[in-house]
Design a protein around this ligand. Structure first.
Ligand code: DX5
Ligand code: ZN
Length: 221
């Protein structure tokens, strides 16, 4: 099995000392830093914008994986890219012109991801699978950290992995986000995920290195 990337979500970090929090998980063995932008419209919560991405950028060499849970994401793609985002992921549910947005992200210099809520069908991304760098399968309804992993999403992950294999796109990341712990990580990885976002399971732990290690061990299935 290929390498699994662990992406701690700063949503569950202490926002009063984000630089330190990001350095802490980098030293603790994280692979990517997951940054959740929420607008209070697509999801019932508000978090951050490009200014925060810019502020944490000098604190880590790790890829910044920016998850936009916002309507009209095309308005903010250039600003997030300029702020230092390496991956920019938009939700299919808010992009009537998804092909255009995916290419806008790539032209901005970032890698392009598309996220699907639990109830959104894989058929929404079928026609752009050849254009993306990453697909994010939400394993909770987005908006908050600390929710329970929706186990039925493992079947969706498996079907996506099959579709990507059939197209010879083994390079596309399948990311899972929501409720990932050392208990649920193996389910997601067995199904075909290779990027694991973990918010509360990492930042809620005293010893972040141990928490990352525990997820990595459990995911080595
Ligand atoms: C949820 C966010 C997640 C969140 C995950 O809407 O997209 O990235 O931080 O938190 P946990 O890992 O606690 O479920
Ligand atoms: Zn997220």
């Amino acid at each position: 099995i290929e390498n699994v990337q662990i992406a701690p979500s700063i949503l569950s970090a202490d926002f009063a000392k984000l630089g330190e929090e990001v350095r802490d998980v980098e030293q603790g063995g994280a692979d990517w830093i997951h940054v959740d932008a929420m607008d209070g419209r697509f999801v019932p919560n508000l978090t951050l914008g490009p200014i925060i991405v810019e502020a944490i950028r000098p604190h880590t060499k790790l890829p910044l994986d920016v998850h936009l849970m916002i309507v009209e994401p095309e308005k903010y793609v250039p600003a997030f890219a300029k702020a230092g985002a390496d991956f920019i992921t938009v939700h299919a549910e808010v992009c009537p012109h998804l092909h255009r947005v995916v290419h806008q992200i790539k032209e901005s210099g970032a890698k392009a991801g598309v996220a699907l809520n639990p109830a959104t069908s894989l058929s929404c991304i079928e026609e752009i699978l050849d254009d993306v760098d990453l697909i994010l399968i939400m394993t909770v309804n987005p908006g908050f950290g600390g929710q329970r992993f929706i186990e039925s999403m493992t079947d969706k992950i498996s079907r996506l992995r099959e579709q990507l294999n059939a197209r010879g796109r083994r390079d596309v990341f399948i990311e899972v986000d929501g409720g990932i712990t050392a208990d649920t990580a193996p389910l997601a990885v067995k199904a075909g995920a290779n990027v694991l976002v973990a918010g509360s399971a990492v930042y809620g732990a005293h010893d972040r290195a141990a928490a990352i290690q525990a997820i990595r061990r459990a995911a080595a299935v």
